[in-house]
Design a protein around this ligand. Structure first.
Ligand SMILES: NC(=O)c1ccc[n+]([C@@H]2O[C@H](COP(=O)([O-])OP(=O)(O)OC[C@H]3O[C@@H](n4cnc5c(N)ncnc54)[C@H](OP(=O)(O)O)[C@@H]3O)[C@@H](O)[C@H]2O)c1
Length: 321
């Protein structure tokens, strides 16, 4: 395991298992409840002031993925003893780093351990580099905006345009919002294995009638855009941050499992091998047309489950949520 993975593992697991500030108090000086309708994460948070007007403690209770629990815990720890102005500066810095999609390097002096949570959308590249793959990364804004990530990933990584990255790839990971799949470089991806991480969020992607009616799947839409590529579903039903924290060695009791789906046996075999390298068992849910079973609002979506539990959740999924 790389130093980076160890850092994530240590911080996120420690803070999500033993969260700092967890537990609301009876006395309620200022309290706020927040719900993220996209992922279902929830938090209730109280700010307790000290006699001099500073922050004595943040008390909170919530539920969600390991990264959101760890974020609340890290920020609660960071806040203690600060003035309100100091805390506002740190929260603004944290928010900026988390929303920057990695274009801003979090300031460790300002954020302490919480700096390690920046850049969650780069997890598959991190796992790939840690396992000896060469990686070419692209985004919508141009390779120059990926310089920090490339520097972090080291000599196995470089940045390019989407067309160049597709042309360089033996295997490509398509991890763009669903509404952007019509811009994928189909010619450069022809004949190649393409891992599709997509999910459908009508709030973000706009309504797509065939998905609303359960007549197709996001992976079949990607396949339609890339008719000559070998598509396999991958990593869609795990929070990105957990890709580098939840993997364990093959044979570990209760190892977390992830689903794949595909019409091409070679692509499914690749995902199975890659999942194992990343630390996950595989459950194959069948062809792309069955991949709805692990999409949003189905029982298997973004929860931790072993292979047996995942297979059971896949079997009991309803076509229309
Ligand atoms: N986040 C998660 O935990 C998670 C987990 C599993 C699956 N998913 C699914 O995976 C997909 C991507 O999610 P995400 O959270 O990674 O989304 P994101 O952070 O909004 O976007 C991912 C990347 O797509 C790039 N992009 C957008 N349009 C592009 C284009 N036309 N050409 C090249 N690159 C483009 C963005 O580049 P710029 O930053 O330059 O715009 C960004 O780097 C979604 O369908 C999501 O539902 C997400």
């Amino acid at each position: 395991m790389s130093d980076l993975q160890s850092l994530y593992q240590e911080l996120i697991l420690d803070h999500s298992r033993t969260p700092h500030g967890f537990g609301l108090r009876e006395e309620i000086p200022a309290q706020s409840h927040q719900l993220n309708p996209t992922c279902g994460d929830e938090i209730t948070l109280q700010v307790h002031r000290s006699a001099d007007g500073g922050v004595e403690a943040i008390a909170w209770e919530g539920h969600g993925c390991a990264i959101s629990q760890a974020s609340a815990s890290l920020l609660a720890e960071l806040a203690e003893g600060l003035t309100v102005d100091e805390l506002e500066v740190r929260i603004a810095a944290f928010r900026e780093a988390m929303r920057s999609r990695g274009t801003i390097e979090p300031d460790e002096e300002l954020l302490g351990d919480a700096a390690a949570l920046g850049g969650v959308s780069r997890q598959v590249a991190r796992v790939a580099v840690a396992n000896g793959y060469d990686v070419v990364i692209a985004n919508s804004r141009g390779p120059e905006t990926l310089a920090d990530l490339v520097a972090e990933l080291g000599p196995r990584a470089k940045a390019a345009t989407a067309e160049e990255a597709a042309a360089a790839a033996d295997v490509a990971v398509v991890t763009v919002p669903l509404h952007a799949i019509d811009q994928l470089p189909a010619a450069q991806l022809a004949g190649k294995i393409v891992l599709d991480t997509n999910n459908y969020y009508f709030e973000r992607d706009g309504h797509i009638e065939a998905l609303d009616k359960g007549e197709t799947t996001t992976s079949e839409l990607v396949q339609a855009q890339l008719p000559d590529s070998k598509i396999a579903k991958a990593f869609n039903h795990i929070y990105a941050a957990e890709i580098t924290t939840d993997g364990t060695a093959a044979g570990t009791p209760n190892r977390r499992a992830l689903a794949t789906a595909g019409d091409d046996a070679e692509a499914v075999a690749f995902v199975t091998r890659f999942y194992d390298e990343a630390g996950f068992d595989t459950v194959n849910v069948g062809p792309l047309s069955e991949s709805w079973r692990v999409e949003r609002d189905r029982p298997a979506y973004v929860i931790r489950q072993n292979a047996e539990e995942l297979a059971a959740n896949v079997a009991r999924a309803n076509r229309l949520p």
